[in-house]
Design a protein around this ligand. Sequence first.
Ligand code: C2E
Ligand code: MG
Ligand code: MG
Ligand code: MG
Length: 290
Amino acid sequence: AVMLLGGALGALGALGWINFNRRDQSLMARLSRALNRQEVTLLYQPVVNVRDGKIVGAEALVRWQSNGDFVPPDVFTAIAEQKGMAGRISRYVFDRMIDEMAETLRLHEGFRITINIVAADLSDPKFFAALEDGLHHAGLTPHQIGIELTERSTADSTAAIEGIARLRARGHVVYIDDFGTGYSSLAYLGQLNVNVLKMDRAFTRTVGTDAVTVSIVPQIIDVAIKHNLDIVVEGIETEAQAEYFRNLPVPVMGQGWYYGKPVPAAKLIKLLEQQDGIVSSKRGPRKGLH
Ligand code: C2E
Ligand code: MG
Ligand code: MG
Ligand code: MG
């Protein structure tokens, strides 16, 4: 009886797996069509200097509605990664970002946009070729394009370390994303040789609430300073959090709902124009021209 039950459970489990796999398969087929039809879109979330709140960059975040339903990006990018399709998303996002933002990047020398990629891109010649072509055609320099990789995706991988070195040799700025949630030790950062550490919002969330976790925040900041990395604090949602990071002895960048949610390209451009003191032409004469 026990064996029968075990067998039945096994069969059910296998059936569940097949269904799950089929569901993923059809999701990827729909994603593939959506990419071909340019139905996948991007939003941009401002990254600010927390000391003065000025926008210094933005992160491109992918958005996809399948049959009217919003599919969370972390979900479909993870499945795409398993199915070997993530590289297509990375190249699509990069190309579309260049289409939408090249002009703005040319106008704002100090402004930088980051894209999220996966570990497999780091050893994919097609990815590197796409970066080079895109920048060349848009007349842009690589230092305005940041490449975000999660700490998890780089863990203990020589291929990742080499890929990061290659990106940096080409002049890109490399970010380690969601830092603090992966498996790697703080010491591993030295080997990775990235430019910017993005502290995961799990730590930001506890600022001002949980004394134990708050004590980790200064440690992460210290380690970033020790390795000569810039810092982006993710998920700043409240004034109290903003104040905490504003008052750190080192200037850090911040990203979060407190400063701005992800917005379409046109809206981001408007925000930058407002910051420059240029009023959108629809609303009257441009300041600075008169
Ligand atoms: P991520 O790269 O860490 O992106 C930051 C996520 O945090 C975004 O979620 C953003 O909307 C969200 N966020 C920003 N500020 C706040 C805040 O103050 N509070 C809260 N609760 N959330 C905030 P999103 O856009 O849903 O993306 C989720 C994840 O999906 C990303 O995490 C990234 O891992 C992945 N992803 C998004 N776009 C892409 C892409 O183009 N390619 C790849 N490979 N992955 C992507
Ligand atoms: Mg990211
Ligand atoms: Mg992140
Ligand atoms: Mg994340």
